[in-house]
Design a protein around this ligand. Structure first.
Ligand code: MN
Length: 250
């Protein structure tokens, strides 16, 4: 069993080390991760500049690119061995609802899925204490479960773990993505030379955090496991769109 690990918080991140420790012994682990924090990188690929890969220690590579670059390079040539699973994380922060569209952690898993491998993204809904060891134990259990009952190749799971001691977790729930309120307004300030600078505002609170959502599960102390698909087509709108296009024939 060859397992590829990546993240978006960078190769030095505590969450990545916790993940590697949690999965130790389940197979041959190889880490290919960004050389710095690339949170929010989504599914971006670096196309206009060369990528450099530095082996920081054995089977632990840092890349001057995005999480997607890392998984893409790892599977499409860097690693001679066929990988069987991609595991991303453990992200320092939640990836709930709309977050998955921006998340580099989910993107790393998604790249694995696009390249034909079952993939899982793990995030810690950090509330301050950062119980990465809890999320690492959950990761081990889910990966072990996946070894006993293999995940279908099309599987992409988004896992969020409450920031609690392991014994305090309420259980594990299959969930759907909720929806956040729109994010906070951007923050304007001035740099030391008086020039305008801006920060993207904080994410909004849960808007659809209702029954069955990932928000609800973690709020109630459950590990949230959401199956994701890559096809963004709004299938329910296809027929109506066809009519609209005919009616507005040019
Ligand atoms: Mn991150």
């Amino acid at each position: 069993m060859n397992i590829l690990l990546s993240n978006d918080d960078g190769w030095r991140a505590d969450g990545l080390r916790a993940l590697a420790e949690g999965l130790a012994g389940l197979g041959t682990l190889t880490v290919v991760a960004p050389d710095r924090n690339r949170s929010g990188a989504s599914n971006s690929l670096t196309l206009e500049s060369p990528l450099r890969i530095v082996e920081q220690h054995e089977r632990w590579y840092a890349v001057n690119g995005t999480p997607t670059d890392c998984v893409h390079l790892a599977i499409s040539g860097l690693l001679p061995e066929q990988q069987q699973l991609v595991v991303a994380g453990i992200n320092d922060g939640a990836n709930l609802g709309d977050d998955v569209l921006y998340s580099g952690t989910v993107a790393a898993a998604m790249e694995g899925r696009l390249l034909g491998l079952p993939s899982i993204a793990f995030s810690l809904v950090s509330g301050g204490e950062r119980h990465f060891e809890t999320a690492a134990r959950v990761a081990r259990e889910l990966v072990e479960r996946g070894l006993r009952t293999p995940l279908p190749p099309a599987t992409l799971l988004n896992v969020n773990v409450p920031d609690l001691p392991y014994e305090s977790l309420a259980g594990v729930r299959a969930t759907r993505l909720g929806v956040r309120h729109r994010s906070e307004r951007m923050v304007a300030a001035r740099d030391p030379r008086g020039r305008r600078i801006y920060w993207v505002g904080a994410p909004g609170a849960g808007q659809d955090a209702g029954p069955g959502t990932d928000f609800e599960a973690v709020e109630q102390g459950f590990v949230s496991v959401t199956p994701l698909q890559i096809d963004l087509t709004l299938h329910a709108a296809l027929a109506e769109l066809g009519g609209w296009l005919r009616a507005t024939d040019v």
